[in-house]
Design a protein. Structure first.
Length: 205
């Protein structure tokens, strides 16, 4: 996938190289690290990405690195690799939000397929997040009167009814409505109401 990065962290040089080679053969952009600490020092999060992570490493463990990612609100999908697939570890990793747990040695084709799936899902999530942010930013530009007009349009009032309720001229309401549609890039009132709900849910979240 273009513009997507796969980060690989494993203290075993042989495993690290093997995993990277398998992913590179699929045309992926790879960044490899020999420890969680090295990853944190060299990591710069932007765009669509996925992390493949060894569970048991000297120093900071894979589980501790996942906790670090979550603490820093880095939500890229994580695939955990381990030669020690005990159930308690799997449960804890999934609770932390890991997308997948795979036992070593991992099949290259299976790993590539799973990484592609996660990157595609992440690209969709990032695109939706960007659209939501764009909507929120556009609603933030509305004046208080424009926001009031939006609220009244959302409950089904006509421009004439809004003018009577607010105590302003019908032409003024129509001007506010035109400005709101232009600022939010809504194609019509129904679209505007949907965008308003998206902005509201984003604010609550």
């Amino acid at each position: 996938m273009n513009n997507a990065t796969v980060y690989v962290v494993d203290d075993d040089p042989t495993v690290l190289e093997s995993v990277q080679d398998g992913l590179r053969s699929a045309g992926m952009l790879i960044r490899g690290y020999h420890s969680a600490e090295e990853f944190i020092r060299g990591f710069s999060y932007h765009g669509v990405a996925c992390l493949i992570l060894d569970l048991r490493m000297p120093g900071m463990t894979g589980m501790e690195l996942i906790e670090w990612l979550r603490a820093h609100r880095i939500d890229m999908p994580v695939i955990v690799l381990s030669g020690h697939g005990d159930i308690p570890a799997v449960v804890e990793i999934m609770k932390l939000g890991a997308a997948e747990f795979l036992e070593k040695p991992v099949d290259d084709r299976m790993l590539v397929t799973r990484v592609c799936e996660l990157l595609q899902a992440e690209a969709t999530r990032c695109n939706e997040k960007a659209k939501t942010q764009e909507i929120c930013d556009s609603f933030a530009t509305l004046t208080e009167r424009e926001k009031e007009v939006v609220e009244l349009l959302a409950i089904g009032l006509s421009s004439k009814q809004i003018a009577a309720k607010v105590g302003i001229a019908l032409k003024t309401v129509e001007n506010h409505r035109t400005h709101v549609l232009a600022k939010t890039r809504a194609v019509n009132v129904a679209n505007l109401v949907r965008m308003k709900m998206i902005a509201l849910h984003a604010a609550i979240a």
